[in-house]
Design a binder for this molecule. Structure first.
Ligand code: ZN
Length: 424
């Protein structure tokens, strides 16, 4: 066992932040040998119970749950910041040509290693990420994550139409490959598989049907895709699937809405769609830097809450512009404030932080496993230095409340805040 003394941030079951200015985090193995949180709370209340345990003094720092990125594309690490006129030209001119290189496993591993280094620098300890349509890209990412002991989820992209040579796959073979990858990787160490149709326009009915059958057969496996990101895309789906009630409805028709299904964006949904999300247990990966960069629209938090649907935050790199959870949380605040296309509101700092940690874990069906630092959670956490820059030091010293402290970190923070990352 080992203990860490510092300010400590956790969340209660209702998503409210719990804060100890002088806190103690005790980690150690559980009965099955996993490294988990054994105790957390105020130093004064806990220290007598753990008298024999070595305590590392990190006072002046803030310990918080490792961040969870609910939607990111590791193969697009080098596509970040590509100049393009919106989603569809961006895919055609930058993303697809780049992703075609991931048929080469050695190349994929090289990018995966860089990607995981980058996540660690930014304090991200779990990601639900797209690979590419090549099985080699999945093997490379899982091998890299396994070597680092990460809780990590990815899957082979399914895209058997409206895709150029080099990334387009074959319907039958894509489903055979998906099942082989599920058997090879799902549940190995901390790894999980996600059935990954790119989005409805790039899959045939047969491919989506096959994906839905696999999702029914392997209920513990995740599903990830994109939905209702931009208006051109929504119109295209309506032409391709005239029988479907809505874009989201396409996925429902093929059995791809259920617990552990995570859909990026969810911007142009209607009330029926949002209720369908809640009823099926599917969750939205809100991707604010990406939505602002590509001009896609604004996630409607008020409508999502009214419907009771689950959501959490995501970088969506390479459409997104940063791996930093701080940049993502700040952009989510901008998205919330926008009040011209939907009701504007002010998300609280604690709520923003929750969406990128415990809330994201709940969206993934990993509540109680990662994303929080109450006892029993796997010990993935970050050590933040609130004085990492002169302005942060000045601002956080003046903070009179937890809200003021967290908001200063969100608005001014980046990778310089992250002093250290621990993974279970
Ligand atoms: Zn995406």
């Amino acid at each position: 066992m080992k203990a860490y003394r510092a300010a400590l941030l956790r969340f209660d079951d209702h998503g409210q932040p719990l804060y100890d200015r002088d806190g103690l985090l005790v980690v150690g193995p559980d009965a099955s040998g996993r490294r988990v949180v054994r105790a957390s709370g105020s130093h004064g209340a806990l220290i007598d119970r753990f008298a024999g345990v070595a305590v590392e003094d990190l006072r002046g720092h803030l310990i918080a749950p490792g961040f969870i990125d609910l939607h990111v594309h590791y193969p697009q690490t080098d596509v970040i910041g590509a100049p393009a006129a919106g989603l569809l030209p961006w895919l055609e001119n930058y993303t697809f040509p780049h992703e075609s290189r991931f048929a080469d496993k050695a190349y994929a591993r090289c990018v995966a290693d860089f990607f995981f280094d980058e996540l660690a620098r930014h304090g991200v300890t779990t990601a639900l990420t797209f690979a590419t349509s090549h099985s080699a890209s999945v093997d490379a990412a899982f091998e890299a994550a396994q070597a680092r002991g990460l809780r990590f989820i990815t899957g082979k992209v399914l895209q058997d139409r409206h895709s150029p040579d080099g990334v387009r796959d074959e319907t039958e073979q894509s489903l055979v490959d998906t099942e082989a990858l599920i058997r090879r990787w799902h549940g190995v160490d901390r790894l999980g598989y996600a059935i990954t149709p790119r989005f409805a326009p790039t899959s045939t009915d047969a491919q989506l049907r096959g994906a839905g059958e696999l999702a029914a057969k392997y209920a513990e496996v995740w599903i990830q895709s994109h939905v209702a990101e931009n208006r051109d895309e929504v119109r295209w789906v309506a032409e391709l699937y005239p029988q479907a009630r809505s874009y989201l409805g396409v996925y429902g028709d093929f059995g791809l809405l259920r617990e552990r299904a995570v859909y990026a964006h969810c911007i142009h949904l209607d009330t029926h769609d949002r209720i369908l999300m809640r009823e099926t247990g599917a969750a939205a990966a809100v991707s604010p830097t990406s939505n602002l960069f590509l001009g896609s629209g604004f996630f409607d938090y008020a409508a999502a809450d009214a419907a009771g649907m689950r959501y959490g935050l995501a970088s969506d790199v390479g459409g997104g512009t940063s791996f930093s959870p701080f940049h993502t949380m700040l952009s989510a605040y901008y998205i919330g404030r926008e009040g011209h296309t939907k009701p504007g509101l002010s998300l609280s700092p604690g709520q923003l932080w929750w969406q990128h940690t415990a809330g994201a874990a709940r969206a993934l069906g990993l509540e109680g496993v990662v994303g929080n630092l109450t006892p029993g959670h796997e010990a993935d956490f970050v050590v933040l230095n609130p004085k990492a820059t002169p302005l942060l030091a000045r601002k956080t010293t003046q903070a009179d409340s937890l809200d003021e402290l967290l908001f200063a970190l969100i608005v001014l923070g980046d990778d310089r805040l992250v002093a250290r990352v621990h993974t279970a």
